[in-house]
Write a protein that binds this ligand. Sequence first.
Ligand code: 5BU
Length: 263
Amino acid sequence: KVKKVLTYPERQSQCKHEVLKRLYGIMEEKKTNLCFSGDTTSFAELLEVVEKVGPYICILKTHIDIITDFTAENIHKLKNLASKHNFLLFEDRKFADIGNTVKKQYSEGIYKISEWSDIINAHIIPGPGIIEGLKSAAGEKGLTGKRALLLIAEMSSKGNVATGEYTKACVKMAEENQDFVVGYICQSQLSKDPNFIHMTPGVKLVEGTDSLGQQYLTPKEVITKRNSDIIIVGRGIMNSDDPATTAATYQQAGYDAYLEQCS
Ligand code: 5BU
């Protein structure tokens, strides 16, 4: 039987970016390809649930701008949880403006995302200037190599237009900016190069949809059929009665699928 993907340690030694090396290290050590999307409007609740699911995840994805009780102190607590449980922070900001504007959105304002989020993402609609802008913001804070960007190449929602030529343009832009771009938000594998990781949202244990266009695939489908690397799970864990046990179930499903792929 031919191995379909490289193992995490193989990818870790072959990739160049420091953030990606850290991530593969965490995935190997904790045996998890689960990213939890903590989509709650309460920072207190976010901290509470992350304390429970922390042991099972490699990344916590946030939407910091939906939080009503934002404070710098809570960010400090979140960073402490990330160190304690060894996971990366990914602010799902989906930057989409010209370089000069996103540079300020990333580092300034209330949230100062560049100061705490290891990973961010962006749409490619504005062209490569968006990548330059975000990269320069990280550089000005002395964070070159410590911050990384994912490009949104495909989306999970019904009727989205991130397809075909758009997706191809995204791959080209990623390949031309490997010092900052480390992968894709996508629905299936776009590159076999270990310098690019694939993260897939729209994941639940049972396939289906929500009432606002979200479409779900299972962890097994995402990892073994679509050859993606990371499953992103929000409500599947957040709305469960027992988030820790449910996160463990997703961790196991995702990791078993990976083992099947690389054995
Ligand atoms: P859910 O509760 O598992 O449906 O949450 C999915 C999360 O992933 C949510 O935070 C979305 O904003 C995010 N997402 C997505 O669902 N689909 C996409 O294509 C992208 C992001 Br890009």
